[in-house]
Design a protein around this ligand. Structure first.
Ligand code: ZN
Length: 322
């Protein structure tokens, strides 16, 4: 157990995931998305080079030994951060503990408050170090401006994060992926929840299926939050958390890094988590699009073979997991 500080934790855990063929997931996603969007296209496709704009990822693709990592957890943040013992993690260490040193990592987490100077959202997007290769960091963070409360999106050139993260790891290779397009939202589920629930309904609790990847909110606007400085008062309910967070309507294009799993194989997982960045200074934690008629999503996803649970907090609760 490599946790550097903070609350006592479980030892590292790992569970296998169900790995259906891509063509089968394609059908399941299409069926689910068609209940929630007017226009849907799902196919098995060759991954485009995700290093190029508008994606700007740290690796060309999503393929090769894909896995999920759920690190730390909301109990490290809510009801209160233990300021004397803030838990910090290192992406290179996470990659090793997930048996994939040098992994390409994307996802959603909390940035290091000692690196940024304040609590913040983290959009991990990096290739971790391996032997002589230092890797490649393309991550962003988003914090709340102390002057006017606006969102400040910045490059995040550190391998450190804290408190919690939901991560997708792979070798970052080109290869076959699920290409998912959806527009004209007619239902009340967001893009990610819709896909997660479609998987959950089809595969049930005994066959957990997880996907990770990136999607673009290509048109329309979306509601995102950014965490401000740590709360000084305990956040006891979802309403307390919502009152503490800062919400924004942000405009496309937003590049969204997403991790979701259909069922929790008893590892106290967060079931979905998506963080976004952009080239126009906006980014944060994705909730849903606010322009259902206008919105257009384009995404690439790959199923994960295993899920790793690192730094699992000893005590848990369900507040603040939305
Ligand atoms: Zn988040």
């Amino acid at each position: 157990m490599e946790a550097k500080s903070g609350q006592s934790t479980f030892p590292d855990q790992k569970a296998p995931l169900y790995n259906p063929p891509l063509a089968e997931i394609e059908t399941v996603l299409r069926k689910g998305l068609e209940k929630n969007f007017g226009l849907v296209s799902v196919s098995v496709a060759e991954c485009p080079d995700l290093r190029e704009t508008p994606w700007n990822l740290a690796a060309p693709g999503l393929c090769g030994n894909a896995r999920l990592a759920d690190v730390g957890g909301v109990p490290n943040l809510v009801p209160l951060v233990d300021l004397e013992n803030i838990q910090y993690f290192d992406f290179d260490d996470v990659a090793k503990r997930c048996d994939l040193p040098g992994a390409f990592i994307l996802g959603a987490g909390a940035g290091s408050s000692r690196f940024v100077g304040v609590n913040c959202e983290l959009m991990p997007n990096l290739r971790t170090a391996k032997e002589d290769d230092p890797g490649r960091i393309r991550s962003f963070s988003a914090k709340v401006s102390e002057e006017d409360g606006s969102c400040i999106l910045e490059r995040y050139n550190s391998r450190e994060f804290s408190l919690l993260a939901n991560l997708f790891l792979s070798e970052g290779n080109p290869g076959k992926v699920l290409k998912v397009e959806a527009s004209n939202r007619t239902g009340d589920q967001n893009f990610v929840t819709c896909m997660r629930l479609a998987l959950a309904e089809h595969y049930g609790p005994t066959k957990p299926v997880a996907l990770g990847g990136a999607f673009l909110i290509d048109k329309g606007k979306a509601k995102l939050h950014v965490m401000p400085a740590f709360s000084k008062v305990p956040l006891q309910t979802d309403k307390d958390v919502a009152d503490w967070l800062r919400f924004y309507e942000m405009k496309s294009q937003l590049v969204c890094l997403s991790v979701f799993i259909s069922h929790d194989p008893d590892l106290d997982l967060r079931l979905e988590h998506t963080h976004c960045f952009s080239d126009h200074g906006e980014g944060g934690h994705y909730h849903w699009d606010t322009t259902p008629e206008e919105v257009k999503y384009i995404g690439y996803f790959v199923p994960a073979q295993d899920v790793y649970r690192l730094g699992r907090p000893k005590s848990t609760h369900n507040v603040g997991r939305d």
